[in-house]
Design a protein around this ligand. Structure first.
Ligand SMILES: [Zn+2]
Length: 220
């Protein structure tokens, strides 16, 4: 088998390579094979959060999720930070109980996450759409985080230099909500790392199996 592309965070299933599909409608059918779900910080103030958290717990219990997320902290939205934090922590506990990796949405909240990472060692966390600077990247990586890069990598010179200089064993690529082909992000990212696309595929596939075992192969 040739090593597949891995899209670690998308809201739309395209059938190209391995895609961790973020489920936005928990009643959706059919449910993606390799799926993540979580109460996004943007939605915390807009729903009965205890009910939604219970739904996510049920989805984990029934084995339908490969990851919890995207969940996190966003300091650019008005929702009270202590409420965001409480909703995040409850979902982190669910991930811990079910030994699932977590997809993190983090906006202007890297210092919050450094504290979280210090006390929550051992839960694999993937910071999706990473856009921080080199210092932030180093600090997160020191605490075992993984960083996923998407559309911004294509145009942001500072982010390109961060990506180029971080170790390969913590990187992922994603399309998120963007109309992009994951293979185009791979091509660009491989050129930044000065490696071939197939080498990058091997690296990211190995990062995937380290965190998820062979979960993408099980039909949910
Ligand atoms: Zn997303």
């Amino acid at each position: 088998m040739t090593t597949p592309f891995v899209n670690i965070h998308t809201h739309t299933e395209t059938g190209s390579g391995i895609e961790l599909v973020n489920i936005d409608d928990f009643d959706a059918t059919p449910f993606a094979t390799f799926a993540s779900a979580g109460l996004h910080p943007w939605n915390v103030g807009k729903c009965d959060h205890q009910k939604t958290i219970a739904t996510i717990e049920n989805l984990c219990q029934s084995g339908r999720l490969a990851a919890v997320g995207e969940i996190g902290i966003d300091r650019t939205v008005r929702t009270d930070i202590s409420l965001q934090m409480s909703v995040f922590e409850q979902q982190l506990d669910i991930a811990k109980q079910h030994q699932l990796p977590v997809i993190i949405h983090c906006v202007r909240a890297y210092s919050d996450f450094l504290q979280i990472l210090r006390r929550e060692q051992g839960i694999p966390m993937i910071f999706h759409g990473f856009s921080g600077n080199a210092t932030t990247a180093t600090q997160l990586l020191t605490h075992g985080a993984n960083l996923s890069f998407g559309q911004k990598l294509l145009s942001d010179g500072k982010l390109q230099s961060v990506f180029t200089n971080i170790p390969n064993d913590c990187i992922f690529l994603e399309t998120d909500t963007k109309q992009l082909d994951i293979s185009d992000i791979y091509t660009f990212a491989a050129s930044l790392k000065r490696i071939r696309v197939d080498e990058l595929k091997t690296i990211i596939f190995s990062n995937l199996t380290k965190l998820f075992g062979n979960k993408w192969t099980t039909v949910g």
